[in-house]
Ligand binder design. Structure first.
Ligand code: GAR
Length: 194
């Protein structure tokens, strides 16, 4: 895993597909003096992703690769990552599955946040499944990405209690608040400057 050296921040790309609340949260975190990362690139596989607005707001370069074919997305993205000197990728609501080849090229340098207590509830529609199974707790996990879906080494987790009348939407909102605390903490845990 790459370490930040002194005050030189780690050049980071954030991959998004949707709203981008985690992206904005990570940008705010990166702007703090002691943050180990600087976000220099936003990548999206969805031209309509609401989170793309943060490119303009925070003056961060963005690239949109709206291709069904993974290969084209990855080839174009890899060129950008290289030309921008990216050393860390943070997936933040990125809904495309990256190939083993791509992940190997950035081995140990891709983080993801997932809205469940992994290894439980990998994949999509986590909140619906959690409620259907009458779980008392759910939560969120920051983990390293490997070639198996939502299965890489766990960096940090936060457990969240469900209320009696929890709905998928209320649970999503509740967990999202914790995601915004957990993701920066996980990055600090790995890379923090002294
Ligand atoms: C977040 O809840 C994130 O954990 C989840 O998508 C949401 C994105 O919200 N990610 C996944 O489900 C990945 N499998 P955001 O766009 O507001 O950050």
């Amino acid at each position: 895993m790459v370490k930040s050296v002194g005050l030189k921040k780690i050049r980071t790309a954030v991959f998004i597909s949707g709203t981008g609340s985690n992206l904005e949260n990570l940008v705010k975190f990166s702007l703090k003096k002691k943050s180990p990362i600087e976000i220099v690139l936003i990548i999206s596989n969805n031209a309509k992703a609401k989170g793309l607005k943060y490119s303009k707001i925070y003056k961060i370069k963005k690239k949109i690769y709206n291709y069904n074919k993974n290969k084209i997305f990855e080839t174009k993205t890899l060129i950008d990552l290289k030309s921008n000197g990216i050393k860390l990728i943070c997936l933040a609501g990125f809904m495309k599955i990256l190939s083993g080849d791509f992940i190997r090229k950035f081995k140990g340098k891709i983080l993801n946040i997932h809205p469940s207590l992994l290894p439980k509830y990998k994949g999509l529609k986590t909140h619906e499944r959690v409620i259907k199974n009458k779980e008392k707790y759910s939560g969120c996990t920051v983990h390293l990405v490997n070639s198996k879906l939502d299965s890489g080494r766990i960096v940090l987790q936060k457990r969240v209690k469900l209320s009696e009348k929890e709905t998928p939407l209320s649970l999503q909102k509740k967990i999202l608040k914790h995601e915004h605390i957990l993701y920066p903490r996980a990055i600090d845990k790995i890379f923090a400057n002294p």
